[in-house]
Design a protein around this ligand. Structure first.
Ligand code: ACO
Length: 321
């Protein structure tokens, strides 16, 4: 039987941290206390020197390939989860393929599931590998959300950051990824969206992210709890057997409420939102990479990754690292 397992992780954050105090110095009418109390966020990175989503993706991917000891030329599947692609087309994945030197003829495509993007991309790659059609996948979550944030809307602009995270997923006779689950509910579009579109050369509708924060909060806690139980049941594992929980890094209160609902103690929850802000599809692979490089997550440990975001979309992957 063929399984997929993570052979390497990588991350990349552009520029120096931009603290809550830095945002105030830039003229945003807010306070460190307001942001930190409601979200846990103290700082984020912003791609301010012209770096595009693909640039962040390439840097994170190189780190993951190095850790895995896999050459870019040997990657046969490349998936980029992003909601802030460099351009309408070609896909960011094709741009990354070219920049990294992934062989011509490999499969490369983008996945658009906003903050659930990495859970979606990892699940797709796992299914490709388990089918036997592909052997070495590069799965990247990369975003420059700062480009679509309305810097006049203090209710949202303080929440987001830019960055990229990546994993190399390889075929193996041992798992690896134990269970995955993905879901969407398109009826929830109004609570979180960036509804603008380009038609005849003009932007029609709002090019900015809009959010009903309280509605997102309630829905996120419910679906994250449900999808965690779903993958644990599919793998016949109990919550007590879980070593680490990496929820989407949107908001510490959502993460704490999810962990409490599941019965996971706070010390098993990986938290990077305080320093990264919400990096959408990049948040989970960035947090995974940080915890792996700090020696917290070790080989053989069980890790539950979770995404939730616009669409509404949500998903989870349970794995032995
Ligand atoms: N600084 C200071 N005051 C602010 C700010 C700010 N940055 N933003 C809003 N306020 C004010 C508002 O103007 C309002 O003032 P008023 O009472 O005088 O009218 C007051 O704070 C309360 O505003 P609310 O929007 O009701 O604030 P709330 O307590 O709901 O907190 C928040 C907003 C933090 C977004 C909260 O709803 C939340 O955590 N939601 C979860 C959503 C989330 O994390 N989304 C991330 C993206 S989605 C995803 O990744 C799944």
């Amino acid at each position: 039987m063929i399984f997929s397992r993570i052979a390497g992780t990588g991350g990349y954050l552009p520029g120096a941290p931009v603290t809550n105090h830095d945002l105030i110095a830039r003229g945003i009418d807010t306070s460190d206390e307001w942001i930190a109390e409601r979200t846990g966020i103290r700082a984020r990175h912003l791609s301010e020197e012209g770096l595009k989503t693909s640039d962040l993706a390439v840097a994170a991917a190189r780190n993951a390939l190095d850790m895995a000891g896999v050459a870019a030329a040997d990657i046969d599947l490349l998936i980029v989860a992003t909601t802030t692609p460099d351009m309408i087309f070609p896909s960011t994945a094709c741009i990354v393929q070219n920049a990294l030197g992934v062989a011509a003829g490999a499969v490369a495509f983008d996945v658009q599931a906003v903050c659930s993007g990495f859970a979606y991309a990892l699940t797709i790659a796992d299914k490709f590998i388990k089918s036997g059609s592909h052997k070495r996948a590069l799965v990247i979550g990369a975003e420059t959300l700062s480009r679509i944030v309305d810097w006049q809307d203090r209710g949202t602009c303080v929440l987001f950051g830019d960055g990229a995270g990546a994993v190399v997923l390889v075929a193996d006779n041992q798992p690896g990824i134990l269970a995955t689950a993905l879901h969407a509910d398109g009826s929830q579009q109004p609570i979180l969206n960036a509804s603008g579109t380009i038609t005849a050369g003009a932007i029609i509708g709002s090019p900015f992210l809009r959010m009903d924060g309280q509605a997102v909060f309630k829905l996120a806690v419910r679906v994250l709890g449900d999808v965690a139980q779903e993958v644990l049941a599919a793998a016949n594992m109990s919550v007590a057997e879980l070593d680490w929980l990496i929820p989407h890094q949107a908001n510490i209160r959502i993460m704490n409420a999810t962990a409490k609902r599941l019965g996971v103690p706070d010390e098993k929850v990986i938290v990077t939102v305080s320093q990264h802000g919400n990096t959408s599809a990049a948040s989970v692979p960035l947090a995974l990479d940080k915890a792996v490089r700090e020696g917290r997550i070790q080989r053989g440990q069980s890790v539950l990754l979770q995404g939730v975001g616009g669409g509404f979309t949500w998903g989870a992957a349970l794995l032995k690292f």
